[in-house]
Design a binder for this molecule. Structure first.
Ligand SMILES: [Zn+2]
Length: 347
């Protein structure tokens, strides 16, 4: 590795950042915004390496000198990554975590040319935590810079956004992503590239067996929705067993799957040319497309409501029972479902 040539896409963003670095004119606070898994965190770490590299590479970093290696291994004392604590039921960055980073930022550096404080995802700072950061974010010590990473920059306090220089990251073109995945020997690179919506990070985790697992989960969801109310209640119990930390990601994945199906329904019904996320199951997409437009809106609202309820600590079973019943009801009113109820001889 050398420079940023191996970073997929984001040419405008990296050019701008590396030019600022070469002029010794990096801003003290950047906001990297763009879809999840698109490469924001990767570019942030690469910039930290480039700014501290002691090797000869042009453009930096070399990837092999001691600072580069330390940053890559995640143990450079001047490169701080602030992220939600893993043991919390709700993934937030607490006020205490922010205060600790602010405290460290007030000390001299351990020896880095430039200290970086990476906050990812910045939306995980609730208002109190963000407010605790403001003063330091505005005027850090010389040689200290912030990089805030966000999928939904609009969720940040305006006072945080206004202190940052915004760098936008957009999806990587599908063909480029497919070629990149093929270079890495990933099977079915075309399908994975399409399903990841141009986000290399998402593509890699999908390729890592998740695509298959996700399809299985989707097929289970579809079977439950096609069953009766007893099937829904039984699956809610199964999904939401264990502690909140355990069921929360499972439920979030089901919500993502429903969102993906609704998104495909819109593409299909609208006759759009965008690739389908569920391209492996066109008959399912055609069925969901019958919900368009009002049923799609209602189901989308129900999913959004379920996401809010998770944040408000509503019991998992309660919200899944309500959501699945709602979606099943919508699907039950499609012409296809009515035909099925009537039976083949009356169809
Ligand atoms: Zn280096």
């Amino acid at each position: 590795m050398s420079g940023m040539a191996d970073i997929l896409g984001h040419h405008a963003a990296t050019t701008r950042l590396w030019e600022a670095l070469a002029r010794d004119a990096l801003h003290h606070a950047y906001l990297f915004e763009g879809p999840e898994g698109v490469g924001k965190h990767t570019v942030a770490l690469r910039l930290a390496m480039a700014a501290n590299c002691t090797g000869e590479a042009d453009p930096p970093p070399c990837g092999t000198c001691p600072p580069c290696q330390q940053i890559r291994a995640g143990n450079h004392p001047d490169i701080l990554v602030l992220e939600p604590a893993a043991d919390r039921a709700t993934p937030i960055i607490s006020v205490d975590q922010v205060r600790e980073v602010v405290r460290i930022a007030g000390y001299h550096r351990y020896g880095a040319r430039r200290r970086f404080i990476l906050i990812d995802p910045a939306e995980a700072m609730l208002d109190a935590a963000a407010n605790a950061l403001l003063k330091t974010l505005e005027e850090p010590l010389a040689g200290t810079g912030f990089i805030l990473v966000a999928t939904h920059a609009s969720a940040l306090l305006p006072t945080v956004r206004s202190r940052c220089q915004r760098i936008r990251f957009s999806a990587v073109p599908e063909e480029a992503l497919q070629a990149w995945l093929e270079d890495r020997g990933i099977q079915e690179a075309g399908i994975v590239a399409r399903a990841s919506l141009g986000c290399p990070g998402r593509a890699l985790s999908l390729a890592d067996g998740q695509l298959q697992a996700r399809h299985l989960l989707r097929d289970r969801l579809l079977a439950v929705l096609d069953g009766d109310i007893g099937d829904i209640f039984a699956w809610s119990v199964e999904l939401c067993s264990g502690k909140r930390q355990q069921w929360r990601p499972r439920v979030a994945e089901v919500l993502d799957i429903i969102d993906d199906l609704l998104r495909d329904a819109v593409v299909y019904a609208g006759g759009g040319s965008a690739p389908l996320l569920n391209a492996d199951a066109p008959e399912v997409v055609a069925m969901w497309a019958q919900l368009w437009p009002d049923g799609v809106t209602r189901c989308g609202e129900a999913v959004a409501e379920a996401r809010e309820q998770i944040e408000r600590n509503v019991a998992g079973r309660t919200l899944m029972d309500a959501l699945l019943s709602r979606v099943a009801k919508e699907l039950g009113t499609t012409p296809e479902a009515r035909l099925r109820r009537l039976g083949p001889d009356r169809a």
